[in-house]
Design a protein. Structure first.
Length: 197
């Protein structure tokens, strides 16, 4: 049975640490890179609620359904974003990766591929996940493209599914990858990162 515990993951490009209150100021700086909290289709915390964002993530871990990470530049130690394992379902060995965001200057760089490679490798090869899922807002086209570049397959759309920060109701686009699909996706991610280097 899948058992998610706090862990740090790293390569030469990025380091993922279990999210804690020590990351609040770094998260504020990362979110300020592009004023990302103003984008209605993301979960980036408002600067005045960053501590609350971290506290809610810690509470969700205590409840057993989310493990949030701070994503840091491995060279400088600067906090550049966040991502999480969430909707963790141990009996069916499934979890999702989400709540992902990066400062604007880090978007469309190697960062997402490197961070997701670490998260997916740990999920499939250490935790024993049989399926990893993703979900995103139907209007978050950049997120949909990023998920598809990981090798995930679109499962469908759940209509009228969740509230956005502005109170409107979104449709949710669902993606997943099975453990059988992972080796090819892993090879492709390694190829992309090596080509970018």
């Amino acid at each position: 049975m899948l058992r998610v515990e706090p862990v740090s993951l790293a390569d030469a490009r990025v380091r993922l640490e279990p999210l804690g209150l020590q990351h609040v100021d770094g998260l504020k700086r990362a979110a300020a890179d592009g004023e990302l909290w103003k984008i209605r289709v993301t979960s980036v915390p408002d600067p005045d609620d960053t501590r609350g964002y971290v506290e809610r993530a810690l509470q969700a871990f205590a409840e057993g359904h989310r493990l949030a990470f701070a994503i840091l530049d491995a060279t400088t130690g600067e906090v550049i974003g966040s991502s999480s394992y969430h909707d963790i379902l141990p009996p069916v060995e499934r979890l999702e990766i989400g709540y992902t965001w990066y400062g604007k200057t880090r978007q469309r760089t190697h960062v997402n591929a490197a961070a997701k490679l670490l998260l997916m490798t740990h999920a499939f090869e250490t935790l024993g996940a049989q399926v990893v899922g993703w979900r995103t807002d139907n209007f978050n086209f950049a997120s949909q493209r990023a998920i598809e570049r990981l090798g995930a397959r679109k499962d469908g759309v759940i209509r009228h599914h969740a509230l956005r920060r502005d109170g409107t109701v979104r449709d949710t686009v669902m993606y997943s990858m099975t453990v059988g699909e992972w080796p090819e996706a892993k090879a492709q991610l390694h190829w992309r990162l090596n080509a970018a280097a």
